[in-house]
Design a protein around this ligand. Structure first.
Ligand SMILES: [Mg+2]
Length: 481
């Protein structure tokens, strides 16, 4: 293990909600919740103002509405989040070739491998400059953790939140970890946490005191061994730039051909579950489900289906695999079956939204998506106006949908560089009103040539939409499910 705190973990602060507040001046300093707005939608990100009411990620949106009824509830704009994420990841890659993104707003960076830091002092400088550069390029804040291992760098960035930097001095790791709950350690989920608590172990210190033999007895060899090392702050995991796994799949060959159609179906379900087990084990999710069938005559078919968003939900994978099987003739018997998932992504907040997006497509009334709606009635217009969506009015210019229902849409006219704007209501089918692309948070082309590390932001430049920006957002299918 290295001795200098040169592994950096960056985590943008309340990323989606912060982007929304930067875009919409009237929401700055206010409770903002971004997520699925349908009946089974979940919160992707809550602003710090909303967290005061107890709202947090992965909470059902319905529950969030009860806790914070006056918060702004907005659909995610992934196209914009992705553009901002690319800017941030670009800044990280200037520090080192070893950048390991965990999601749109989170990544590890090996500063030493990039020659941008070699000891505590140079690491702290690199971290501070990075935070300033991110602020200048995007207008947003991110928190930085620095340590000699990935585990501690991530814990440090959590402690730094919001808008801070924490460096764990080498040699102080165990003292820092000791009083923390066991759940702080990677690989300790609710089940393991419960198991340990029943054995009287609640803190990392108690975990370290229990010793490796006891942990192996409690949790099995692999897990017990790994956890005992983590408890002693020993984490050798390297920062990995490229993900090697491109797909996860499982298959079974049968000694005797299966002829029974029901049995084939059961086998496919079983394989789907195993495949999801592996997917989750690797902390991944994927968009494309693949079914492989080798028949009695050795002819092999593969069929695939691409979902709206990445999933690691066994029910979703099972259903997709069953649909694919329906289209395959197995009457002669099958000798091999396989289920795979490709189009892999890290498990991110986006996955939470994928679920909500599916629900919306299944027909949740627009009226329910917005607090301003007077009643739930079928939409009379063809057009779907969703809370938070970007629009442009021929006369009033750029704005965003604040609410809709009963054939009306309420728009707040403001832009990232304007003062908080006014609200106007239109008919849902007003020909002067049209969907628009998001405006950049910081004026000017999104290229990161801004050496403005002095923190000066050119906020007086009028809002404009560079062509390159709007084009780069044009092909975002995921943002418009
Ligand atoms: Mg974050």
């Amino acid at each position: 293990m290295r001795t200098a705190p040169t592994i950096l973990h960056l985590d943008m602060d309340a990323f989606f909600a912060s982007v929304e507040q930067a875009s919409k001046p009237s929401l700055r300093g206010k409770a903002v919740v971004v997520g699925g707005l349908g009946p089974r939608g979940v919160v992707a990100t809550a602003s710090y103002e909303a967290r005061i009411f107890g709202v947090h990620s992965a909470m059902p949106t319905a529950q969030a509405r009860r806790l914070a009824p006056h918060a702004a509830y907005l659909v995610p704009r992934f196209g914009l989040y992705r553009s901002v994420s690319e800017q941030v990841m670009g800044l990280l890659r200037e520090l080192s070739p070893l950048v390991e993104p965990l999601s749109l707003d989170e990544a590890f960076v090996d500063l030493e491998a990039g020659g941008s830091a070699w000891d505590g002092e140079s690491a702290r400088l690199a971290g501070s400059k990075l935070r300033a550069d991110i602020r200048a390029a995007t207008g947003l804040t991110g928190s930085v953790g620095l340590a000699a291992s990935k585990m501690l760098a991530k814990i440090a960035s959590e402690q730094a939140k919001p808008d801070g930097l924490v460096l764990v001095e080498p040699g102080t790791e165990q003292a820092l970890l000791g009083p923390m709950p066991v759940r702080t350690l990677p690989g300790v989920g609710p089940a393991t946490g419960d198991h340990l608590r029943r054995a009287g172990i609640t803190t990392v210190e108690e975990l370290a005191e229990a010793g490796e033999d006891e942990l192996v007895r409690l949790l099995g060899k692999a897990h017990g061994h790994a956890l005992s090392a983590m408890a002693l702050a020993r984490d050798q995991r390297p920062v990995v730039a490229e993900r090697e796994t491109k797909s996860v799949s499982v298959e079974d060959t049968y000694d005797v051909d299966i002829h029974d159609r029901v049995r084939v179906g059961i086998e496919v379900q079983r394989l789907a579950d195993r495949c999801v087990g592996r997917l989750r084990g690797a902390g991944l999710s994927g968009r494309t489900i693949v079914l492989k069938v080798r028949r009695y005559d050795f002819s092999t078919l593969t069929r695939s289906e691409t979902l709206r968003g990445p999933t690691d939900d066994p029910a979703v994978v099972r259903e997709a695999a069953a649909r694919l099987l329906e289209a395959v003739d197995t009457t002669g018997g099958v000798r091999l079956l396989g289920v795979g998932v490709t189009g892999l992504a890290d498990y991110t907040q986006e996955d939470l939204f994928a679920q909500a997006a599916g629900e919306r497509a299944a027909g949740d009334p627009v009226a329910e998506a917005v607090p301003e709606a007077v009643a739930e009635q079928p939409e009379t217009t063809e057009r779907l106006w969703r809370a938070g969506q970007d629009v442009r009015h021929a006369e009033h210019g750029y704005g965003w949908v604040q609410g809709s229902g009963l054939g009306r849409v309420t728009v707040r006219f403001e832009t990232p560089q304007s003062d908080p704007g006014r609200v106007r209501t239109f008919r849902g089918d007003d020909p002067d009103l049209e969907p628009a692309d998001p405006l950049p948070l910081v004026p000017g082309p999104p290229e990161r040539d801004c050496a403005a590390s002095d923190g000066a932001q050119p906020s007086s430049v009028p809002a404009s939409l560079p062509k390159s920006w709007s084009e780069s957002l044009g092909g975002e299918a995921t943002s418009r499910p």
